[in-house]
Design a protein around this ligand. Structure first.
Ligand code: GLC
Length: 553
């Protein structure tokens, strides 16, 4: 594969002898392939669609794409139920086409990161089908967690664990003679049986899968549910307040050994590959352990993502994030949303603008104008912080969450397993609008998109926003262009600006200042020589509420 990359993305601000690896301050754009662009007109996004839109991504100014799973999958959980890790789902394309995409993106200076799902496979994966077909106690079942039930006739699940998708974590099998059989573990949906990471086949297989994709030019992996794969083999009930590392299935110490071996594989490539963890942990110290120098390179900063639009909350999160990362020398990541959470252009307009899976409900009111304004300011805030920046597809268009999808089109297991209480995650997965008018607003040549787009979707389209210098897309393009050009934004330098008041966040990086104002009354901008970018129109030297600026000191 030919690429135009060098391992070092930019010269470091503190001199040529301390090069900055590309991933330390990359802008990474998340593609949810089903909803990005449909190249063959069947209503489902695909790799051909992504290939046709690479020029758009280049103009946006990103360094890498992270693809949510593109593997063969029955789509019980939007592709996070992988049937075969060495294929691309025919609905999306083929492995050959994925290689072409990786290569074409590389020529435009864009690296490719793919999703690896170690915790579970699809119930259609050949290992699980073999396990179901094999008798109790067979080697095939040992790659998973098969157990007898408790209670009379084994009718009760083996543990009391709760699924983050709602409900229990065990499903009972049926023996060939029709009698009830063993139970198997699934921390997510029943179609996603958990692997047994104490089994050598499981470790070996994932190491081979990493090499399979790294050999095809993939620059790194995003590791799904990275704090969950290892379980306490004694399968104790959950409850109480376990000591760190002793929860039955979360953040167990044995995980680190797995990621160390993955790091060694990643480091064995001429351009070392990169590991990015999906690590949802409340304790910043435990989180940072995944980022020690011989483990993952970065992990998603969900603390920041879940905070409400509030100066004190966000300032505290920035501080604790930077502190935790400093202990291990890893760069932070800044994430406003992804394919699992409510889009900022809706969430920030709610009375409670924090994000929590449990708190998400149908019909929570929002003020879209306020949310949009805040999402613009949030873009400038995250874009100026030290570390890597993730942009979920459509956030650069300011797409709102689609909250009124008809119930009969919803696909997300989170919705069904919550008994319909949780609207689920389909509302942030609606296919993107590319054109102001036309079938599926340019998402595909024909065909109904797999989720319906709202009537007003064309106003958010790339076509509409490209012509409007005040659009969200224009703001993102301008921001990313400055981010790439400003030496002050490349390194780790970061300094709070004092004296700006409780309702304002202000910090300095090199000679660049970012100020975000949350209070109701306008505040005077800090002293500066140049206004580089503003999230809203300014009157004189005043920064109004819910607005952000980038200034030259
Ligand atoms: C991660 C993914 C999510 C998926 C879950 C189970 O949290 O981001 O979409 O449902 O893992 O694989």
């Amino acid at each position: 594969m030919s690429t135009t990359f060098s391992t070092v993305a930019q010269a470091a601000p503190d001199g040529p002898n301390s090069p900055v690896p590309w991933w330390r301050n990359a802008v990474i754009y998340q593609v949810y392939p089903r909803s990005f662009a449909d190249g063959n007109g069947d209503g489902t996004g695909d790799l051909a669609g992504v290939r046709s839109r690479l020029p758009y991504l280049r103009t946006l100014g990103i360094d890498a794409i992270w693809f949510t799973p593109w593997y063969s999958s029955p789509l019980a959980d939007g592709g996070y139920d992988v049937a075969d890790y060495r294929t691309v789902d025919p609905a999306f394309g083929s492995v050959d086409e994925a290689e072409r995409l990786v290569d074409e993106a590389a020529r435009l200076g864009i690296r490719t990161i793919i999703d690896i799902v170690p915790n579970h496979v699809s119930d259609q994966h050949e290992w699980f089908r073999a396990a179901l077909a094999a008798p109790q106690g067979s080697p095939q079942r040992q790659r998973f967690w098969f157990r007898s039930g408790r209670g009379s006739g084994g009718g009760e699940p083996p543990t009391n664990w709760e699924s983050s998708f709602g409900g229990g974590t065990w499903t009972r099998t049926t023996n060939p003679d029709g009698s009830p059989g063993e139970w198997y573990l699934h921390l997510f949906a029943p179609e996603q049986p958990d692997l047994n990471w104490n089994h050598p086949d499981v470790r070996r297989e994932h190491e081979d899968v990493l090499r399979f994709w790294f050999d095809r030019g993939v620059a790194g992996v995003r590791i799904d549910s990275a704090s969950m794969p290892v379980k306490d083999p004694a399968l104790p009930d959950a409850g109480g307040d376990p000591a760190p590392g002793e929860h039955p299935f979360l953040d167990r110490d044995e995980l680190h050994d797995i990621y160390r071996s993955w790091r060694a594989i990643a480091d064995s490539y001429e351009e070392p590959r990169v590991l990015v963890g999906e690590v949802w942990l409340a304790d910043p110290g435990r989180f940072a352990r995944y980022l020690r120098p011989d483990e993952m390179h970065t992990a998603f900063n969900f603390d920041f993502m879940t905070r409400p639009w509030d100066a004190g909350e966000l300032r505290a999160s920035i501080q604790s994030t930077l502190d935790a990362h400093r202990t291990v020398g890893a760069p932070a990541t800044w994430v406003l949303s992804n394919h699992d959470v409510t889009r900022p252009a809706t969430r920030y307009g709610r009375e409670d603008s924090s994000f929590g899976f449990a708190a998400r409900r149908f019909g929570t009111p929002t003020d879209l104008a306020t949310a949009h304004r805040r999402a613009r300011a949030a873009a400038l805030l995250t874009g100026a912080l030290p570390g890597s920046l993730y942009v979920y597809q459509g956030d650069e268009l300011g797409l709102p969450e689609v909250e009124d999808l008809p119930l009969d089109v919803l696909r997300d297991p989170m919705h069904f397993r919550s008994g319909g209480v949780d609207p689920g995650r389909d509302g942030c997965r609606v296919p993107l609008p590319w054109t102001a008018t036309g079938p599926s607003f340019g998402f595909g040549a024909a065909g109904e998109p797999w989720l319906p787009q709202p009537d007003g979707w064309g106003a958010y389209s790339v076509e509409s926003q490209e012509r409007d210098p005040a659009s969200m897309l224009s703001l993102y393009r301008a921001m990313l262009a400055i981010r790439h050009a400003e030496p002050g934004l490349l390194g780790d330098a970061f300094e709070w600006l004092a004296g700006t008041g409780e309702q304002t966040i202000a910090f300095r990086r090199g000679d660049l200042i970012c100020t975000v104002h949350f209070g109701p009354e306008p505040v005077t901008l800090p002293a500066h020589t140049e206004l580089l970018l503003a999230s809203t129109d300014l009157t004189g030297d005043l920064l109004p509420t819910d607005a952000a600026v980038w200034l030259r000191a």
